[in-house]
Write a protein that binds this ligand. Sequence first.
Ligand code: PLP
Length: 434
Amino acid sequence: MARRLQAIPRGVYASTPLFIRQAEGSILEDVDGNRFIDLGGGIGCTNAGHRNARVLGALRSQLDAFLHLCFQVTGYESYVALAEKLNELTPGKFAKKTFLVNSGAEAVENAVKIARAFTGRSAVISVEDGFHGRTMMGLSLTSKTHPYKAGFGPFLPDVYRIPFGVPADQRLSHRGPMTVGQVTELLDQTFRRVVAAESVAAVVAEPVLGEGGFVVPRAGFLPALAQICRDRGIVFVADEVQTGFGRTGELFACTHFGIEPDLILTAKSLGGGLPLAGITGRAEIMDAPGPGGLGGTFGGNPASCAAALAVLEELADGQMMAQGRALGEQFQRRAQEWQRQHSFIGDVRGVGAMQAMEFVEGNGVPCAKAAKKLVQHCLHHGVLLLSAGTYDNIIRLLMPLNMSDDEFQQALQVVEDGLSAVASELGELAAAAH
Ligand SMILES: Cc1ncc(COP(=O)(O)O)c(C=O)c1O
């Protein structure tokens, strides 16, 4: 750690003090031999588990053939095969094309370029509490100021933000479905007061907010938003970087909401642990930039493509997603009991294995210290857990989908004990404050 602090800027934050020697399945082992059940998956990149056997097999074969070529210089089949697979598997039966890049942020950048080229318009709309990466367009679309945006401006012009169906501060009290009329009214206000509809190239939104705190939109919001985009000639972009590849119990979260985005962005678990991201969408939109308009040296690297094809094979029979859904249900049952016991658990929510708990003080005020204490307790008792949210008051699950029931129950027991420890500490704090 001393060497890390010396050699690496403090901006690259260390959310745990761990240095890992070995990872296998759902277990991390650190350099001191301590073992941890991984509920974070390197921020959602190991849906298929650490060192997935099929991924390793594909990588070994690729190592014996070639590594970097640059797809724009000399082709290789795995890039094409992966594009075909993503075209087939993403929601929507229309003709699609796929372009591969290295990271989620790069996918976001390219989606905006493609939407602008297609529409000839410049404005982009994102949603409150959305997260879209650390590059300049990604940050411009991202909501949370600290630590992501503060000090890094100016951000790109012509970027606007709408509520994710309901203003962020009213989320816990407004749950029912939204009507098309309500969503239309919301967008009409934006198009009248903020930016003209005919200037908007794209709306970019995660179907379930990831970094923003696993916020599930109210029923009706996303279908109405997609319809309004269609009516107004706006490209609807679903950022499935965090929600994708089985996390929500479906291959893509859009399926839960019955929406077929014009462009869909994938990354994280797509690469099975290797850097890879995709922009998949309607063929006519994807073909808007001219030859040479899209590219990058490493995008769709052969090793990453081989790994991704193996990940898709792993997901193909649905077993891993079924296990993910089962884990999600186990969490829901336990967490709802915890919520009855602990008043600081303001919300339990999620879809499939994408589950979260939100911590609050009285009056629904976000309680980051509860989340922090729980994360620390878990770390000291062998469970790696991640927080999220604009107020850092949300605990989220991003474990491998193929984690065993046994490992998951062990992890949940640690969380349960941690919640009791947090409750007594919060009680002590409250008593000390009086
Ligand atoms: C929804 C979403 N979009 C984009 C990104 C950025 O991806 P990357 O970190 O690979 O650039 C993330 C990363 O957490 C994300 O969750």
